[in-house]
Design a protein around this ligand. Structure first.
Ligand code: ADP
Length: 500
C-alpha cells in the first residue's frame, strides 16, 4: 500500500517539477520577446521613418538654407543612431550584427555626403547640378533602406521563431503532463484493483471459513501463506478454531460421561418403579399408582434422552457399529408404524403407507434404520395437529432422477439406483432457512412449548449420521403451515455396505 502511494506521489512530483521547469522556460521566452524582440522590431520599423525624416530635412535645408531644418536633421540623425545602438546592444545574432554594421557604414557614407553638401551651402557657392553625385547619393540611400528592411525582416523572423518556440513549449508541456497524468491514473486504477483484491480475497476466505465453522464444521482451517497482518489474522482464526474444537471435544466427552453415569442409576430407578407398580414390594393405593405411572413415563423419557446423547457421542467418536443384513425396507417401515400407531391414534392422526412399486432387498442395519424411521415418524406425529395425515412411501429411484440437492453432495458416483423413503405430514412445517440446520445436533426450530412438544434436538442429527454411514442421504422439503416431507435414500449397491 505504502509502495503504491509512494509511486503515485512520485508521479505527481515528477509532473510538478516538469511543469515548473517548462513554465520557467516559457517565462524566459516571453521575457525575451517582450524586452528584446518587440522593441527591436519597432526600432527597425522606425529606422526607415527616421532616415526619411533626415533626407526630407536635408533637402529642405538645401533649398531654404534655414538652420531649423538643419537642427531637425541633427535630431533625427541622433535618434537614428540611438535606435541603431540600442538594437546593436540587444542582439547577439551574427547576421543582425552584420546588417547593423552595414547600416552604420552606409549611414556614415550618407552623412559624409550630406556634410559636403552643407559645407557648400554654407560657403554660398553656386552649385552646379552634379548628376553623378546625386546618383551616388540615391544609390547610398537605396542601399541603406534595403539594409534596414533586411534587418527588420531578420528581427521579425526571429520574433516569429520565438513565438513558434513558445507555442511548441506549451504544446509539449501539455502533452507530457497529459502522459504523466494518464500514467498516474492507470497506475492508480491498477493499484486500486490489486489493493482491493489483496484486501477482499482474504476477507472472503475468512468469511467462507466462518460460514464453515457456523455450519458446525470445526475441522475447517485457513491456509495461511502471507506473513503480514492478514496472515496474523488467519493464524489467530485457526487458533480460535483449534480452541473451539478442543472445547467441543471436551463438551462431547463431558456429555458422554454424564450420560453414561446417569444410565445405571436411572435403570435401577426404572426397575424399582416397575417392581413397585407390580406390587411385588407390597400393596399400593390408587393415588400411589398414579404417581408411580408418572415416574415411569418421565424415567422412560429420560432414558430416551440419555440414549440419544450416548448415540451421538458414539457416532461422533466413530464407534457406532452396524450389523448389515439384506432386508426389505417395507418390513422396517411396517414395524416402526406398528410401534408408533397408538401415539398417532391418541392424537387422531391418520397414518398410512402407500404400497407402490416393489422394492428390492438392500443391505442395511435394521435396528439403525428403524431408529431413523422412529425418529421421523415420532417427529411427524409431534408436529402435526390432531386430524392430520402422515403418508409413508418407498420406491426405487435412479441416480439421475435424484434432485440436484443430492447430486451436489453425492459421494457415491458409482451407485446407480437408490431406495427412496419419504415421510410426509400435514404439520406446522419448517422455515426454509432451517432445512439444513435441523440436521445439526441440538438444533430445534423455535416451536418448542407448542402443545408441550419436547425433545433434545438430537434425533435428526443421529438419523443423518446413520443414513450417511449407509452411503445414502437425508433431506427435507417443507412449506410453513402446510406440512413437511422428509426423504432418505439408501443405495441399492452391496459394495458400499460391504466396504464399511
Ligand atoms: P427433537 O425432535 O428431539 O427436537 P430432532 O432432531 O428430531 O429433535 O428435530 C429437530 C427439530 O426439527 C425439531 O425440534 C423440530 O423443530 C424440527 N422438526 C423435525 N421434524 C419436524 C416435522 N415433521 N415438522 C416440523 N418440524 C420438525
Amino acid at each position: 500500500m505504502v509502495f503504491g502511494y509512494v509511486i503515485i506521489a512520485l508521479f505527481m512530483l515528477a509532473m510538478s517539477f516538469y511543469l515548473i521547469f517548462r513554465l520557467n522556460h516559457l517565462n524566459k521566452v516571453t521575457d525575451s520577446i517582450m524586452k528584446t524582440d518587440i522593441p527591436s522590431v519597432e526600432n527597425g520599423e522606425k529606422l526607415v521613418d527616421s532616415l526619411l525624416e533626415q533626407v526630407r530635412n536635408e533637402k529642405k535645408y538645401l533649398i531654404t538654407n534655414d538652420d531649423a531644418f538643419l537642427d531637425l536633421f541633427d535630431k533625427k540623425k541622433r535618434e537614428f543612431l540611438d535606435r541603431l545602438k540600442s538594437m546593436e546592444e540587444s542582439t547577439n545574432d551574427r547576421e543582425k550584427k552584420l546588417f547593423i554594421n552595414q547600416i552604420k557604414e552606409l549611414h556614415n557614407k550618407y552623412l559624409s555626403m550630406v556634410s559636403k553638401e552643407i559645407v557648400l551651402v554654407g560657403s554660398e557657392e553656386i552649385i552646379p547640378p552634379d548628376s553623378r553625385y546625386e546618383e551616388e547619393m540615391k544609390k547610398t540611400l537605396d542601399q541603406l533602406t534595403e539594409s534596414i528592411n533586411k534587418l527588420t525582416l531578420a528581427l521579425q523572423t526571429g520574433l516569429i521563431r520565438k513565438i513558434e518556440l513558445f507555442q511548441k513549449i506549451g504544446y509539449k508541456s501539455a502533452k507530457v503532463s497529459l502522459i504523466i497524468i494518464l500514467f498516474a491514473v492507470l497506475f492508480g486504477v491498477i493499484f486500486a484493483y490489486f489493493f482491493t483484491r489483496s484486501v477482499c480475497s482474504p476477507i472472503k476466505i475468512l468469511k467462507d471459513a466462518t460460514d464453515h465453522i457456523a455450519d458446525g464444521d470445526l475441522d475447517y482451517r485457513i491456509e495461511v501463506t502471507a506473513n503480514d497482518e492478514i496472515g496474523t489474522l488467519g493464524t489467530a482464526f485457526n487458533q480460535m478454531c483449534n480452541k473451539l474444537k478442543e472445547m467441543d471435544q471436551m463438551k462431547s466427552e463431558f456429555v458422554s460421561n454424564v450420560s453414561h453415569n446417569l444410565k445405571t442409576p436411572l435403570t435401577a430407578i426404572r426397575e424399582a418403579n416397575d417392581l413397585l407398580l407390580e406390587k411385588i414390594a407390597g400393596p399400593i393405593t390408587e393415588p400411589q399408582i398414579k404417581l408411580l405411572t408418572i415416574i415411569k413415563e418421565e424415567a422412560h423419557q429420560l432414558t430416551m434422552m440419555i440414549n440419544d446423547l450416548l448415540d451421538i457421542s458414539r457416532v461422533e467418536a466413530g464407534l457406532m457399529r452396524y450389523n448389515f443384513q439384506s432386508s426389505d425396507i417395507h418390513d422396517v417401515i411396517r414395524k416402526s408404524m406398528d410401534e408408533i400407531r397408538f401415539l398417532a391414534e391418541n392424537k387422531n392422526i391418520h397414518i398410512q403407507c402407500e404400497n407402490g412399486d416393489s422394492v428390492p432387498k438392500i443391505l442395511l442395519d435394521r435396528d439403525k434404520i428403524a431408529q431413523v424411521m422412529d425418529n421421523l415418524l415420532s417427529n411427524a406425529i409431534k408436529f402435526t395437529l390432531p386430524g392430520g395425515t402422515i403418508l409413508i412411501k418407498a420406491n426405487v429411484v435412479e441416480s439421475h432422477d435424484i434432485t440436484q440437492f443430492f447430486r451436489e453432495q453425492n459421494r457415491l458416483n458409482n451407485v446407480h439406483s437408490f431406495v427412496k423413503v419419504s415421510i410426509s405430514d400435514t404439520g406446522i412445517g419448517i422455515p426454509a432457512e432451517c432445512h439444513k440446520k435441523i440436521f445439526d445436533k441440538f438444533q430445534q426450530v423455535n416451536n418448542k412449548g407448542k402443545g408441550g412438544i419436547k425433545g433434545t434436538g438430537l434425533g435428526l442429527s443421529i438419523a443423518r449420521h446413520i443414513v450417511l454411514d449407509h452411503g445414502g442421504d437425508i433431506w427435507v422439503e417443507s412449506n410453513m403451515g402446510k406440512g413437511s416431507t422428509f426423504y432418505f435414500i439408501l443405495p441399492c449397491s452391496y459394495d458400499y455396505a460391504l466396504s464399511i
